[in-house]
Write a protein that binds this ligand. Sequence first.
Ligand SMILES: Cc1cc2nc3c(=O)[nH]c(=O)nc-3n(C[C@H](O)[C@H](O)[C@H](O)COP(=O)(O)O)c2cc1C
Length: 185
Amino acid sequence: MSEWFETLDGLYTMAWDQLEQGVADSSHPARHPSLATISQSGWPEARMVAIRCADRAAHVLDAHTDIFSDKIASLKAHPRVAFHFWIEELRLQIRVQASVEILTGSDVAHLWAKVPQPSRQSYGITPAPGVPIPDALAYVKDPDQVSFAVLRCAIEHIDLVHLGQVHRRARFTKARDWIGEWLSP
Ligand SMILES: Cc1cc2nc3c(=O)[nH]c(=O)nc-3n(C[C@H](O)[C@H](O)[C@H](O)COP(=O)(O)O)c2cc1C
C-alpha cells in the first residue's frame, strides 16, 4: 500500500484533511496560515489569520476580519489572496490562491451569531485598526457586527510540497477541474 504523499489523490486528500482540522481545532497548525494580499500601491502584504471554514466540496476557505482593517482596501483593489500553511508534523506545505468576496451585514449575521463573546473583541475598535495612536493602549474596543467581515475565498490553485526523504510537489487547479499534476519541486 502506498503512503499518502506518494499519490496525487493522497496528497490532495491529506491537504483538505489538514484544512478541515485547522477549522475544528484552534491548536492545529493549519488554524493560523499567513494570508497574503497586494496593497493598493502594489506592495506584497502578509499577516496571520485564523481559518474559520474549509469547504472541500465548494473549494472555499473563509477568514474573518475587521471591515475597517487595511487589508480590506487592498482586497477592494485586488480581490485575490494567497494562504500559506506549513504542517511540520507531516512535512507538508500547502499554498492556496483564491479570489475573494467580502461579505458583511445581513449576509453574515448567522456567522456573527456564532462568534463567541471573547472573539467579538476583534471586531469594533476605535480608532480603526492601523491608525497611529499616542500610547500603546489608547484605543477602545466596542464589539459590533458592523465591523465584522467574512473573507470568502474561492480557491483557484492549490500547490502542495511534501518534504520527505525525497521531495514531491503537486498542483491542483480549478481550470483543470482539480485533476492534479506532479511538478518538479
Ligand atoms: C495568531 C493570530 C491570529 C490572528 N487572526 C486574525 C484573523 O483571524 N483575522 C484578522 O483579520 N486578523 C488576525 N490577526 C491579526 C492580523 O495578523 C493583523 O495584525 C491584522 O489583521 C491587521 O492586518 P492588516 O493591517 O494587514 O489588515 C491574527 C494575528 C495573530 C498573531
